[in-house]
Design a protein. Structure first.
Length: 274
């Protein structure tokens, strides 16, 4: 390497160190701004922008694209644990995603299966007492994915510090339809006549039959990639949620992006329809 190349390398290294320093200073500033204020009890994430991030990096390999997205989960769990946020729900695969190409579906589900299996065996999951579970129409998933889910659920069932809910083969309309069906089946099993069953179909009764009825409704829902819509995520539960949309693609989502979302949530006045 000649002197000119050495100089360019040193300049590039200096710029990198300076950028990291600025990032660290800004992160500390954001943490100071949010400390001592109310944090959301439940944060939902719509993970969007994996494909666009892959194209940006010149990759068309769906296994690599979605593996990178799955790796981001470790960061998010660490950030939520640091802020003592007790519930996180990630939408990783929708029922509408089944319309995508077989190659892409395979890449998504391979990443989901691998990450869920890794969570079950990760010492950090157990040290942080993270409970892992999945919601959605799980019966339509491949057997190996279901097996990984059941293994993670069994391995973490006793934990209560942070509940990680993975929405896979999930659709908001499907959840509501499934909840109503479950309610009607339960009422019929009790021998309740149809006219009386109709009277029992209330918001409270339906809510008790949702996939994760024991979770609090999400206080904050974050969507990455610049899309400004819910696309069916937690339709029933999000009636009073605050929403935060960021242009950052999911695999590139940073701690400062997360902290900005928390700060935005804290700056809002929540009226719950009143």
């Amino acid at each position: 390497m000649n002197a000119e190349q050495n100089a360019k390398s040193e300049e590039s290294s200096s710029k990198w160190r300076f950028a990291n320093l600025l990032y660290w200073v800004y992160e500390r500033r954001l943490l100071r701004q949010i400390r001592g204020r109310v944090f959301p009890r439940h944060v939902g994430f719509i993970l969007d922008g994996n494909r666009r991030h892959g194209r940006q990096r010149g990759s068309q390999d769906f296994n690599e694209i979605y593996r990178r997205g799955a790796e981001k989960l470790d960061d998010v769990l660490g950030w939520c644990a640091e802020l003592q946020i007790p519930a996180v729900t990630l939408w990783v695969f929708s029922t509408e995603n089944l319309k995508r190409s077989p190659e892409e579906i395979s890449g998504i589900l391979a990443a989901v299966e691998s990450k869920i299996a890794a969570l079950a065996g990760d010492p950090l999951t157990h040290r942080q007492r993270i409970r892992v579970r999945a919601i959605g129409r799980l019966d339509i998933l491949p057997g190996s994915v279901i097996a990984a889910i059941r293994m993670a659920e069994a391995a973490t069932a006793q934990y209560d510090s942070l509940t990680l809910t993975i929405a896979v083969a999930y659709g908001g309309r499907e959840e509501i339809a499934d909840a109503v069906r479950s309610l009607l089946r339960d009422e019929a099993a009790r021998g309740i006549a149809l006219p009386n069953i109709i009277e029992h179909v209330t918001p409270e009764a339906i809510a008790r039959h949702l996939y994760a009825a024991d979770l609090p409704d999400p206080d904050l829902i974050i969507r990455t990639s610049g899309e400004v819509r819910l696309s069916g995520f937690l339709l029933w539960q999000s009636v009073h949620s605050e929403f935060y949309f960021t242009d950052v693609y999911w695999p590139a989502f940073r701690k400062i992006d997360f902290l900005r979302a928390i700060r935005s949530f804290q700056q809002r006045t929540r009226r719950f329809g009143q």
